[in-house]
Design a protein around this ligand. Structure first.
Ligand code: PLI
Length: 483
């Protein structure tokens, strides 16, 4: 047997979904109608959809079979008990409360633990998490290490908590005003950057010494466990499942969006070890989501989740998943495209500030870059910069985080390496004509989580990409065309 130098997907394709190719003129029209916001495009107008890895996974044949085993009883569905057993086995928490998705769990956690005037520290914000903390009356405090805000720093664990920042906060406001610390795994807004096991333990120790709970955002904890195995001293012999359990065992509970690691299209859960907290959460979930044995989900969704959790910790799966992200990232690095280093777990984050130095922050370079990439190639990315950061909740001023990025997020088990090649070519091509991209300004700005629904217009002219290179598509796969 020859030595294997490359990896291949640990699955084969059983069913395909056709993609529609569009012309540049069609895409110009589509992005204008979408207010230059890729969230407002119709999916059928997108060629390669790298908006998010959330809810976009391809389920396995076992998961599809699981859907047929849905027990749609209102109360006590068999599938709930399967989900509960899977979470207990792989994450180790005692009490499991399903929710319709991650933000449902964040909502319950926030209203159950936060009092107005509290502070919630975290290793960088996430949009929905912070929104729920603020709606419950808390102020979010970023305690991630400084390097996480520097796209060029290539520390292996840029998701680590800066313990001095955390200690300073505890000293300043007192432990009594910190209901919990929110510990994100594979920190999304930092570029999918992991936290080390050592730092996770030290952070939990510090919090527990002050009587502060640690609630993990376990949304991408499996991917984080993979990086611990690959990058942390003394961890390479352990299984992903073993590392995951270890990570969770130091914390007091978690919120989880199962739409990522757990390979399902919808679902989430809140898990805690404390009996009283669990009772409180079960009571609140009835008000906002549904009975505590379904939490807004169908029985079949919970079954797919239970199976997905088990599949997610298989080494072959996670190696190929992150390997595909690295494949795309390395192609961009070779071409000199500025991306966040090191390459993260769930996507490639392109540094829009360095890509478009001619566009000031006030004209939202990342928003413009995502729109231009779509016009150029039909590839859909997501803004992760000032538009996502929103406004200060007291002063109303625009927040300008250090990171002004677009995210090319890779859905799990969906695209092939050829799709990654096409994406890399599209980004490199755009980089070579970046000076033709025009900044944007708001024409409509929603109050909450504005990036989802905001609308924009170019600051000059009518187009976000001022070039005439018309790349007519090859009409492959367009059902009904060319016959
Ligand atoms: O989209 P939800 O409500 O299932 O999950 C919210 C959520 C919580 N934490 C983290 C770290 C997330 O990444 C997250 C959702 N992320 C989305 C939708 C994303 O595109 O990254």
């Amino acid at each position: 047997m020859p030595r294997r130098h490359s990896w291949a997907e640990p699955y084969k394709i059983k069913m395909v979904e056709h993609l529609r190719m569009t012309t540049r003129a069609e895409r110009e029209e589509a992005i204008r109608e979408a207010g230059f916001n890729t969230f407002l495009l119709r999916s059928e107008d997108v060629y390669i959809d790298l908006l998010t890895d959330s809810g976009t996974s391809a389920m396995s044949d076992r998961q599809w079979a699981g859907l047929m085993m849905g027990d749609e009883a209102y109360a006590g569905s068999r599938n709930f008990y399967n989900l509960e057993a899977a979470v207990r086995r792989f994450y180790g928490y005692r009490h499991v409360i399903p929710t319709h998705q991650g933000r449902g769990a964040e909502h319950i956690l926030s209203i159950m633990c936060i009092k107005p005037g509290d502070f919630v520290p975290g290793n960088m914000y996430f949009t929905t998490t912070k929104a729920h903390q603020e709606l419950a009356g808390a102020t979010f405090v970023d305690v991630i290490i400084d390097e996480a805000h520097d796209p060029q720093s290539d520390l292996p664990f840029k998701g680590n908590v800066d313990l001095r920042k955390l200690e300073a906060l505890i000293k300043r406001v007192g432990a009594g005003r910190i209901p919990y610390l929110c510990l994100q795994t594979n920190v999304n807004m930092a570029g999918g950057q992991p936290i080390s096991l050592e730092n996770l333990k030290a952070t939990c120790d510090l919090c527990h010494r002050h009587g502060i709970r640690v609630m993990m955002d376990a949304t991408r904890a499996v991917e984080n466990a993979y990086f611990i195995r690959m990058r942390e001293k003394g961890q390479s012999h352990r299984t992903i499942a073993d590392i995951l359990l270890d990570m969770c065992s130091h914390t007091d509970g978690c919120t989880n969006s199962a739409k990522k690691d757990s390979l399902v299209n919808i679902g989430g859960w809140l898990a805690v070890n404390d009996d009283d907290l669990a009772d409180k959460a079960r009571n609140l979930v009835v008000v906002y989501e549904g009975l505590h044995t379904y939490g807004g989900l169908a029985g079949r969704d919970m079954e797919a989740m239970a199976i997905g959790i088990e599949e997610s910790v298989q080494l072959d799966h996670i190696r190929a998943r992150i390997g595909q992200v690295e494949y795309l990232g390395n192609a961009l690095v070779r071409a000199g495209v500025p991306i966040v280093r090191p390459i993260g777990g769930h996507g490639i984050f392109v540094d829009a500030a360095r890509f478009l130095p001619h566009i000031p922050r006030e004209e939202f370079p990342a928003q413009a870059l995502a729109a231009a990439l779509y016009v150029q190639s039909g590839v859909r990315a997501m803004e992760r910069g000032a538009v996502s950061a929103g406004r200060h909740h007291d002063t109303g001023e625009n927040l300008f985080p250090k990171l002004e990025l677009i995210r090319l997020t890779i859905p799990r088990r969906v695209y092939t390496q050829a799709h990654m090649d096409v994406t890399a070519e599209a980004v490199i091509d755009l980089y070579e004509q970046a000076e033709n991209i025009v900044g944007l300004r708001f024409t409509f700005e929603p109050k909450h989580l504005r990036f989802f629904q905001a609308r924009f217009e170019p600051v000059v002219g009518a187009r976000v990409l001022r070039t005439e290179t018309i790349d007519e598509p090859v009409a492959v796969g367009a059902m009904g065309d060319g016959i």
